[in-house]
Design a protein around this ligand. Structure first.
Ligand SMILES: O=C(O)CCC(=O)C(=O)O
Ligand SMILES: [Fe+2]
Length: 295
């Protein structure tokens, strides 16, 4: 579906009516903070320092950049070009896709190890909980330049439903924004970095200690933007719930256990609403009675 009417020289003429969002959902770009940003973590720093940084980033932002991540720069560049071509051509550059997916899968292994340790768990704990046949899904996003970025959103406000996202964005153009302390902050591209964010399943596994944070993508007048997200999540038959080591008297289970298929069903059920999927699996401890809030 074309979101814009394009002139011959590829400049957008006007935003088509169906992409204009209601006033209450508009991005209010002048209110977005450009002073704050998500942390940048150097994966090559010595281990305890690195773990402290990861703990802090996961607790405070649920988002961070990683640099010195070991994924070849040239492969990242080829991947962005391949994705860019994909939007122009029907034909896929398969080899680059497969090679990229393999590298990112490896990187996800490293990140899950670090995040597990940052929670005080064994290195392989999170990946073990996410099951033997995880789902790795790629999503390519293309945001054409837009004549009026105030009237629309490139990608509406959401949290990522799986466990972990590795996002590569084009170096020149920003558009990703993240909620921090009730305010939108801009995630300016950091060259040769990936943006990492935690998904809903990680929030549940960590018993709410780490957050799957709301984010959105906005457009801009001048330049188109590309991003490539890789999501790592469980398969539909995997049971997800707070990890036992993270539950005690002081930290009672925030969520009940569920099969991932149930989570997906709930997600589908909430189509068309401002989704609150995790909340449906929350345990309520009101009046000393413990009950799940799922209908
Ligand atoms: O384009 C972006 O930066 C955001 C992408 C995103 O949030 C997603 O694909 O889930
Ligand atoms: Fe997302």
């Amino acid at each position: 579906m074309e979101s814009f009417q394009m002139a011959k020289d590829n400049t957008p003429l006007s935003l088509t009516q169906n992409f204009i969002v209601p006033e209450s959902n508009r991005p209010q770009l002048s209110k977005v903070s450009t002073l704050d940003s998500i942390p940048i973590i150097d994966l090559s720093t010595p281990s305890q320092f690195l773990l402290d940084k990861i703990t802090q980033a996961c607790e405070e932002y649920g988002f961070f950049h990683i640099i010195n991540h070991g994924v070849p720069q040239n492969l990242c560049k080829r991947m962005l070009t391949a994705i860019s071509d994909l939007f122009k051509l029907p034909h896929q550059e398969r080899e680059t896709f497969v090679e990229y997916a393999k590298e990112i899968n490896k990187l996800m292994g490293t990140l899950f190890g670090l995040i597990s340790q940052s929670l005080g768990l064994e290195k392989n704990c999170l990946q073990r909980k996410l099951g033997e046949k995880p789902r790795l899904k790629a999503q390519a996003n293309f945001y054409p330049p837009c004549p009026d970025p105030e009237l629309t959103l490139g990608l509406s406000v959401h949290t990522d439903l799986p466990a972990l996202t590795v996002l590569m964005q084009s170096d020149e153009v920003s558009g990703l924004q993240v909620i921090k302390d009730g305010k939108w902050i801009d995630v300016k591209p950091v060259p040769h970095s990936f943006v990492i964010n935690l998904g809903d399943q990680l929030q549940v596994l960590s018993n709410g200690r780490y957050k799957s944070v709301h984010h959105r993508a906005v457009t801009n007048k001048m330049l188109g933007r590309i991003s490539v997200a890789m999501f790592y999540g469980p398969n539909i038959n995997t049971w997800i719930g707070p990890i036992e080591e993270l539950v005690d008297e002081e930290h009672p289970a925030v969520y009940r256990r569920y099969k991932f298929s149930e989570f997906l069903d709930e997600f589908a059920r909430q189509e068309g609403t401002r989704r609150r999927v995790k909340e449906a699996f929350q345990i309520s401890y009101d009046h000393g009675i413990c009950s799940s809030s799922t209908p």
